[in-house]
Design a protein around this ligand. Sequence first.
Ligand code: RP5
Length: 162
Amino acid sequence: MQQVSVGIIMGSQSDWPTMQEAADVLDELGVPYEAKIVSAHRTPDRLWEYGKTAVDRGLQVIIAGAGGAAHLPGMMASKTRVPVIGVPVQTKALSGVDSLYSILQMPRGFPVATMAIGAAGAKNAGLMAAGILALQDAELAARLDAWRTALSASIAEEPDRG
Ligand code: RP5
């Protein structure tokens, strides 16, 4: 079995439709990952254990998505030196601005690389994780380059005027 190098964690099952975007792009790029529900508020012991064992388990990047009072990415960053990419999940009440602000303003010393709100942020988190791993993996780098080239090639030069 391939070593899992990316951990995708989320605060709730309800975050999965967003976080699936990260999982899907990692699947496309052939990057092994795990996906877990780890809540800062509902399962704090699980969060602590995940952070404590992340390095020894060989995780190289953690993608953490949460909504509302989104403390999961920041708390994970305080527990492990594995780089954490934060995904603010869009919320009904405040459209995800609450999630964004909860994740973005980390105190000096414990960074979280914060993505855009919602699905685009989750997809970019997957791509960012792949880009980090590609620095040490030439085959993944070639797949990521091809993925980016294909995306560029799919963009029409002129708009469809209907
Ligand atoms: C956060 O609360 C989760 O990350 C989720 O985005 C939000 C709502 O969770 P549920 O009430 O849908 O489980 O902790």
